[in-house]
Design a protein around this ligand. Sequence first.
Ligand code: SF4
Ligand code: SF4
Length: 351
Amino acid sequence: MKKYQLNNEQLPSFIDHLKKQGTVFAPHKKGDASFSFKKVEDPNTVILDYNRTLNSIKKYFLPPREQLLSFSKRDNSFQKGFIEKEKKIFLGVHSYDMKAVLKLDYNFTQGNPEENYLLHRKNSIFVGVSFTPDEFHFSQSVGIPVHNTEGFDIYLEKNTDGYTVKIITEKGEKLIDGFDTLGKAKDIATNYTQFKNKLKYNYNRLPEVFEQSWNAAVWEEISKKCVGCGTCNLVCPTCYCFDVEDNLDLSLQTGTRDRSWDGCMLNSFAAVAGGENFRKTLAERQRHRVYRKFKYISDITGEPWCVGCGRCTAYCTAGISIVEIVNQLCDIYEQKYLNRPAMAGLNAERL
Ligand code: SF4
Ligand code: SF4
């Protein structure tokens, strides 16, 4: 792997170099304490040292709202929505958000490949950056270390003067072509930061825990705090559920078919005609959300479908922590099946 040194003062000119080759999206400050990916206009406003962005880069491949097609009943015709085919360079992506894109790739290519997602996803280049885990990140616990380079074309590892630039793919090699001021890589050992937030069990064992957790008291207990706002779904980089709606104009002859994000924590999500709802209670909806992350898709793929970004906990309206939920389930599982002492406050008899 080729490596170079990019000093902090070179960063704006490096970003300018990237801008000549495509539209660059990178983290920017949003409000006082948040960050958000947006198109880079001024390289000096890019922030590579950040904890997490409000939304992941999923929004560029699966936009929150999207017109799928417009139609006319007059001549029974339709036209697909326009999707820009520009080259997109995502700068400053954390390893867990990259992994989330790879998981979405899987979701949208199974069965009938989803054309819009794939068109948005085409021509994307990823430049990763290292990060310091805060009290919410737990990606290491789901098999994604800070320096996981899977999916990246270039990886920037922070060092004292700037970044070690690691060239991962041929696309990455081409991207730095012509930027001749990169220095010789310094001989610095990779810093493997410890995560403060951790799952109790290795992720490989979680499907076995979830096998026994369907009737756990935990679901009812969390539902007493949860307000069903759906924020956890909206900020999750691996949630991909959407709703599709036909909207007619006043003539009732023409209209659009629009897609927008949906979320399984919302009461209407599992509602069907006739007034029925497959998951009426918050407890059922919480269980479904967490099973989607650690059991249902994991049974097929062998991987958790949570990337440990910590967003659903950091932004939860009610302070509910997904790590605490999973660790409580592990405790109950241990007490009931492995005869170990359980955490205080949970009644294993109700499992
Ligand atoms: S963000 Fe928190 S309060 Fe809102 S639905 Fe999710 S778990 Fe419930
Ligand atoms: S479930 Fe929570 S921690 Fe896991 S990927 Fe989604 S938002 Fe991140």
